[in-house]
Design a protein around this ligand. Structure first.
Ligand code: ATP
Ligand code: MG
Length: 419
């Protein structure tokens, strides 16, 4: 029986060089586990290559983000990474952005930077052609590489110098339009976090050097987080840098303290960029008005790390089903004979039913297969062994809890499809 199917990968073929030892360079558990599970490799400080398992996770996060952006009517574009200095001079940010901006010069001595964010590019893009109030509002987004020469690019994907971000930019006629766009993004961000089963809080934020006034950050709760937040069961949450009281301003209850990883931030920019760069539209009376803009970023690669920080144990990653590299690991405890055949058939059945499977029929000890399956962290494991097979059963293990139960071989696929 052929094993090849788009939903089926075998450990024999998979390029996932797993490590038994914890790499000394990695401090954070997410960094350690991504290296150990063969998901990423460091190319240079803060710069990573994604191996097949890691890239699958990234693509799934991207897909969720893309679906939620499309669902609120945003349109996907792709903007250049290489950005001319002139546009940054127009916005006024070229002299003030500082050493985080990766600057370079072409053969004609023209200055460029590698984009850390895209307000200049997008404002210049629309200013010539988005002209009438009738065309508004418009929100454009991309999922693309960003470059920031971070002072301390430690912690793996958490703080890279090259990383993937979804950034969206809204153009509206007035503050009411911006309020609506901002609310739509907030809703989309909440759904993105929920679909990834992330424990998160949205906190009011100071909008920093990007400008504008209203802003919120989405924080994944985790000990490794760099931010300290307070939150209340009623829904209130704030960064302790902004809010330093011990009781909730909404309901008076005592606040909980937690650490958070910033996974996303939404800003009301207002007319900062449109005014600086002369990006205007004509209103109903023919008057030129600056666009009222918002920008909305979410860190795709940082989310992968944040999810591991939230969901792991001492054996490895525990991926939520929506972003897991595969749904099921099928382990054949023998590399050959009827056990391997039954496992292959089971894997094939699942793959054909639309489930992504990693099949392990390697000539390895069972212990090595269990260890790798736990490390990689697919939500389910199906374990096929000689003894079970003689009784016509396989073991089904839930990675998150370690709970196992047996199911008749013929029904194992259905058991999983129903769970
Ligand atoms: P931080 O305060 O952590 O440096 P930031 O506030 O500068 O982040 P934003 O400009 O708000 O980041 O970018 C939007 C999102 O991009 C962040 O919420 C985060 O998820 C992600 N991000 C920012 N910097 C990095 C980085 N160096 N590596 C990975 N992801 C990043
Ligand atoms: Mg931010």
């Amino acid at each position: 029986m052929p094993t090849r199917h788009p939903n089926l990968t075998t450990m024999d073929e998979l390029y996932a060089p797993t490590l038994k030892e914890t790499p000394a360079e990695a401090e954070l558990i997410s960094h350690q586990l991504m290296l150990r599970a063969g998901m990423i490799r460091k190319t240079a400080s803060g710069i990573y290559s994604y191996l097949p398992l890691g890239w699958r996770v990234i693509k799934k996060i991207e897909r969720i983000v893309r679906e939620e952006m499309d669902a609120i009517g945003c349109q996907e574009v792709s903007l250049p990474v290489l950005q001319p200095a002139e546009l940054w001079q127009e916005s006024g940010r070229w002299p003030v952005y500082g050493p985080e901006l990766m600057r370079l010069t072409d053969r004609h001595e023209r200055e460029f930077c590698l984009g850390p964010t895209h307000e200049e590019i997008i404002t210049a893009l629309v200013r010539a052609e988005l002209r009438s109030y009738k065309q508004l509002p418009v929100t454009l987004y991309q999922i693309n590489l960003k470059f920031r020469d971070e002072m301390r690019p430690r912690f793996g994907l958490m703080r890279g110098r090259e990383f993937i971000m979804k950034d969206a930019y809204s153009f509206g006629a007035d503050q009411a339009a911006l309020d609506a766009d901002y609310a739509a993004q907030e809703g989309a961000y909440r759904r993105i976090c929920e679909r990834m089963e992330m424990d998160y809080r949205m906190v009011d934020a100071d909008s920093g050097e990007i400008g504008g006034s209203v802003s919120a950050e989405f924080m994944a709760l985790a000990e490794a987080g760099e931010s300290e937040i307070v939150y209340c069961d009623c829904g209130f949450a704030a960064d302790t840098e902004i809010y330093d009281q011990e009781t909730c301003p909404k309901c008076g209850a005592p606040l909980h303290h937690a650490r958070g990883i910033e996974v996303g931030q939404i800003f009301q920019l207002g007319t900062k960029y449109s005014e600086a760069m002369g990006a205007t539209y004509q209103d109903e009376d023919g008057n030129d008005k600056p666009f009222v803009m918002g920008c909305y970023g979410i860190g795709v690669t940082r989310i992968a790390a944040a999810l591991i920080e939230q969901k792991h144990d001492d054996r490895g990653c525990i991926w939520p089903a929506s972003v897991a590299p595969a749904q099921v690991a099928v382990l054949a405890l023998d590399a050959e004979g009827e056990v391997a055949e039954a496992a292959t058939k089971l894997a094939r059945t699942l793959a054909e039913a639309g489930v992504e499977v990693i099949l392990d029929t390697r000539a390895e000890r069972p212990g090595a297969k269990f260890a790798d399956a736990d490390l990689i962290g697919c939500p389910w494991q199906l374990i096929v062994g000689k003894r079970g097979l003689a009784a016509g059963v396989v073991e089904i293990k839930k990675r998150a809890t370690g709970e196992t139960h047996e199911a008749p071989l013929a029904e194992a696929a259905n058991h999983l499809l129903e769970s």
